[in-house]
Design a protein around this ligand. Structure first.
Ligand code: PAF
Length: 307
């Protein structure tokens, strides 16, 4: 197979998308910052089952804080295209430069309050505002019928969902499941920053989440106890923790008793890499089971709504 065409300007994008906007099947959009791995590819594959796919590759400056890894973020378009070429249904890649997405006189941001405020909102001020701003700009340029995001960035999914509802973007969102390495580490571009020893230690995030889930399975329902167990595991193994939280999925508000659809969410630093991971669980009289973030954003729900 040959590489998908790379579009860099708005004009090229419009020309390439015009026939896809008219097509029967919805145009599916998978926004990324590149440095693609199996996690991204699983989202592209999921999207390709619903319609022709446009992947964007853009390292978005506004979602990085002043002391974060914007400059160091891996950029290798050739590597990304080689991976995308192996997937059927990728129509094109949109890889604009920063001036295309943020012309010099541009001063508008899109900010989701409420669900955008705790967790990442607290520890990475401005990050989610940068995400919603670029995602809104991309949605307006690409005009997709479906957009696919990874559930590993659970708060990002919830914030984008809120934005789509509030601004009435005419599209459906699919949240794809987290893809993990064999030892449980969630796939992330930032795993690249880990050296051999840190890579081994990085599984502490998923082990802490498992510890939280096990406590719930054993009948524990006090959120602060579950949080303390996760925190204890992370700290004992030398991770520098931003948060280890149990939250309601709806709005990420704290809860005393763990019940209903909940998110166990962790952000912690291993070496210089800041990693995040989460489990979304349904906790009720029937017990504890893995659950999608939102039932109407699963692949199955969107596929059936499109039928
Ligand atoms: O999840 C990401 O890779 C980014 O936050 C996104 C959605 C592409 C926006 O820059």
């Amino acid at each position: 197979m040959s590489s998908p065409p790379v579009l860099t300007t708005e004009a090229e994008l419009k020309e390439a998308l015009a026939p896809l906007w008219e097509a029967q099947r919805p145009l599916v959009f998978v926004p990324t910052m590149g440095d693609l791995h199996r996690g991204h590819l699983s989202l592209v594959e999921l999207g390709a089952r619903l319609g022709p796919v446009l992947v964007s590759i853009f390292v978005n400056p506004t979602q990085f804080g002043p002391n974060e890894d914007y400059d160091a973020y891996p950029r290798d378009l050739r590597h990304d295209l080689d991976l995308l070429e192996q997937i059927d249904g990728v129509e094109a890649v949109f890889a604009p430069d920063a001036a295309t997405m943020y012309p010099p006189d541009d001063t508008t941001f899109v900010e989701v309050t409420g669900v955008g405020e705790p967790l990442e909102g607290e520890f990475r001020p401005g990050h989610l505002r940068g995400v919603t701003t670029i995602v809104a700009k991309l949605f307006l340029l690409v005009r997709p019928g479906v957009a696919v995001f990874g559930q590993k960035d659970a708060q990002q999914c919830l914030v984008v969902r809120r934005m789509v509802e509030d601004l009435r973007f005419p599209l459906r969102l699919v949240f794809g499941p987290t893809v993990r390495e064999e030892d449980g580490l969630a796939m992330s571009s930032r795993n690249r920053y880990l050296d051999g020893e840190q890579r081994k230690r990085a599984t502490v995030l998923v082990r802490a989440l498992r510890r939280g889930r096990e406590a719930l399975e054993q009948g524990e329902r006090r959120a602060d106890v579950v949080e303390a167990l996760m925190l204890d595991q992370l700290r004992r193994e030398g991770a520098e923790v931003d948060y280890a939280a149990v939250r309601r999925v709806d709005d990420l508000s704290p809860l005393e008793r763990v019940e209903g659809r909940v998110l166990l969410a962790i952000a912690a630093r291993v070496g210089s890499a800041r990693l995040i991971d989460n489990f979304c669980l349904q906790v009720d009289e029937g017990g504890v089971r893995e659950a999608p973030l939102r039932d109407d954003n699963t692949f199955e729900a969107v596929a059936s709504a499109l039928r």
